[in-house]
Design a protein around this ligand. Structure first.
Ligand SMILES: C[S@@+](CC[C@H](N)C(=O)[O-])C[C@H]1O[C@@H](n2cnc3c(N)ncnc32)[C@H](O)[C@@H]1O
Length: 543
């Protein structure tokens, strides 16, 4: 267990031989003279280099922070008859002093950088990670992860026309914190190919991984192909000619490379259809028709969200309000008194003691004392309040939206006037009535936009943060007269696929989108959704 944690903290998961060999073959194809392995572990890539041709006479430089692992890497290189100079030191520190030194440039970089959240890096490593961003003119965020500055610095140290091939977390494609890196790769590289597997290669980490093959531009303004995706079902691809794999996918440029790379998983005609519909006068970005705000942050859900029994026992009726916050609290699109009552016995009450509340009864005072006996008043979120048990920013909206969704996100009509906690967002429609907005969310175009904007983690659940919701695409037909009762029933009973095809297809047809186009959007959504649910992602969310 101790070892497992130490391994996790240094991001020490090593690359299997078949993947390392495939990468080494692609790099060796260009007969590089100077090669970098920035985080070499016990030397998996040196062993691979020993197995393939193309590296004779090359100067091979490795870095590895862990001294014992660095020693193992030297041994591995020796056994593989590869002459490698392994430095047992921080790669980023070295890179920072050499980024502008043309003599330190490499013809190729290969490896598998460490996966360590920024918050877990020691302070001096954090500072160096941040310096890499600023030296390269990339926007920094504390949500970053060690692999991001590792790839940035590696690309920066590559000579024009040089190649980088690495095993990288599949979240490269969609997490917001990697946007600077995606932009940087788009600027610097002539062609980028992501080898995207169906399976999880590092099953013990729960971390989906892909192979990134990148070729740097010859000149800063040189012509670029953009990004291509090469999807693979098994490890059979490792036997193919890597040069052919690199050349195979049709690459796309422009806004696909500039934003999240999820768009690259769609075929060209679906991308064009999506873009064409963005121009439709009745298709809106969410931010143009509604506002989204986070839910109520209690700071201690077990204390503030309680069942009726607790309200009774402590006589808290005056402060108890209905609340919902999870998908099982509302399987449809209407949260009304009937739906609220279905949940009886569960924590359906939100306890709100507004600032200045006088706790008149002994039993209410006892309840607060109970919270203090559990040290709830010392938590960060509660101790920064004037009165620790007075939750701020309490208001409710006509519409709620759950943060996470299995298949498609949905809006919930809050007819019970319930509060929502931070597992849900508070939505206010600006122009159209709430019913129309709720109904307009269920269609293949909006579902596809959610896949393009959102992110996913372990288990493949889709999550959207407010800035991503704002970019979602919503069709609002001219004289829409939605029957939300009917939709509520349909959502509770039909499989998502059927709901999107039938209900969503009808909705889109009111905008003049024909069945063929509707189907195409559906297929696009379905392929992204299946990929998400298959490959999972990082175990914990970032913001
Ligand atoms: C994911 S492992 C990959 C190892 C090897 N490249 C492979 O593919 O088998 C990442 C390695 O990076 C090392 N590491 C972490 N931080 C580092 C740093 N700042 N400089 C150099 N190596 C580092 C870890 O000790 C770990 O061995």
């Amino acid at each position: 267990m101790v070892n497992e944690t130490a391994q996790k903290l240094r991001g020490g998961y090593y690359t299997p031989s078949d993947l390392a060999t495939f990468i080494a073959r692609w790099i060796g194809g260009k007969n590089p003279e100077r090669v970098l392995e920035p985080s070499c572990g016990d030397g998996a890539f040196f062993a691979a280099i020993g197995l393939v041709g193309g590296f004779s006479g090359a100067e091979i430089v490795g870095f590895e922070l862990d001294k014992a692992e660095a020693a193992k890497a030297r041994e591995t290189a020796k056994r593989a008859s590869v002459s490698a100079k392994v430095h047992a030191q921080d790669f980023l520190a070295w890179a920072l002093t050499n980024l502008e030194n043309p003599d330190a440039q490499f013809d190729a970089v290969l490896g598998n950088p460490p996966f360590i959240r920024y918050q877990y890096l020691p302070a001096d490593f954090q500072a160096r990670a941040e310096q890499v961003f600023s030296k390269l003119g990339c926007k920094f965020t504390k949500h970053t992860n060690a692999w991001v500055p590792f790839i940035m610095a590696s690309i920066a140290m590559l000579r024009p026309g040089g190649r980088l091939a690495m095993v990288v977390p599949s979240e490269l494609i969609h997490v917001m914190h990697a946007q600077s890196l995606r932009t940087y790769l788009g600027q610097e590289c002539r062609r980028l190919v992501v080898v995207d597997p169906e399976e999880i290669w590092f099953s013990d980490t729960l971390q989906g991984a892909v192979i990134l093959l990148a070729e740097k531009r010859d000149t800063p303004s040189g012509k670029a192909d953009g990004l291509g995706i090469y999807s693979v079902r098994s490890r059979e691809f490792t036997k193919l000619d890597p040069e052919k794999v690199f050349a195979a996918p049709q690459a796309i440029n422009g806004k696909t490379v500039a934003g999240k790379w999820t768009r690259a998983f769609l075929d060209a005609s679906t991308r064009d259809l999506f873009d064409e519909l963005l121009e439709h006068p009745r298709v809106f970005r969410f931010k143009d028709i509604a506002d989204v705000d986070v839910g109520i942050v209690t700071g201690a859900n077990k204390f503030f969200l309680v069942a009726d029994e607790v309200v009774e026992r402590f006589g808290l009726h005056e402060w108890a309000h209905p609340m919902f916050g999870r998908s099982e609290h509302c399987p449809g699109v209407i949260y009304d008194d009937a739906q609220h009552n279905v949940r009886k016995g569960n924590p359906t009450n939100f306890l709100w003691f507004p600032e200045g509340t006088r706790l008149k009864t002994r039993s209410a005072q006892k309840y607060i004392a109970l919270g203090e006996s559990q040290d709830l008043h010392t938590r960060y979120k509660t101790r920064i309040r004037r009165t620790w048990y007075s939750v701020p920013s309490v208001y409710k909206t006509e519409i709620g939206m759950l943060k996470r969704a299995h298949d498609i996100p949905r809006l919930i009509l809050n007819r019970a006037g319930a509060y929502t906690t931070d597992t849900a967002y508070r939505i206010r429609s600006k122009d159209v009535d709430a019913e129309t907005l709720v109904a307009a969310f269920i269609n293949p175009l909006t579902a596809l936009s959610a896949e393009l904007e959102g992110r996913h983690y372990g288990g493949g659940v889709l999550e959207l943060v407010p800035s991503e919701i704002e970019q979602m695409v919503i069709p609002i037909p001219m004289d829409a007269q939605p029957d939300v009762e009917d939709l509520d029933k349909a959502i509770r009973t039909l499989p998502t696929e059927q709901l999107l095809r039938a209900y969503g297809g009808r909705w889109l047809s009111m905008l003049g989108v024909n069945a063929r186009k509707s189907d195409q959007l559906f297929e696009g959504w379905s392929s992204l959704k299946n990929r998400r649910q298959r490959t999972g992602g990082a175990a914990e969310p970032d913001a």
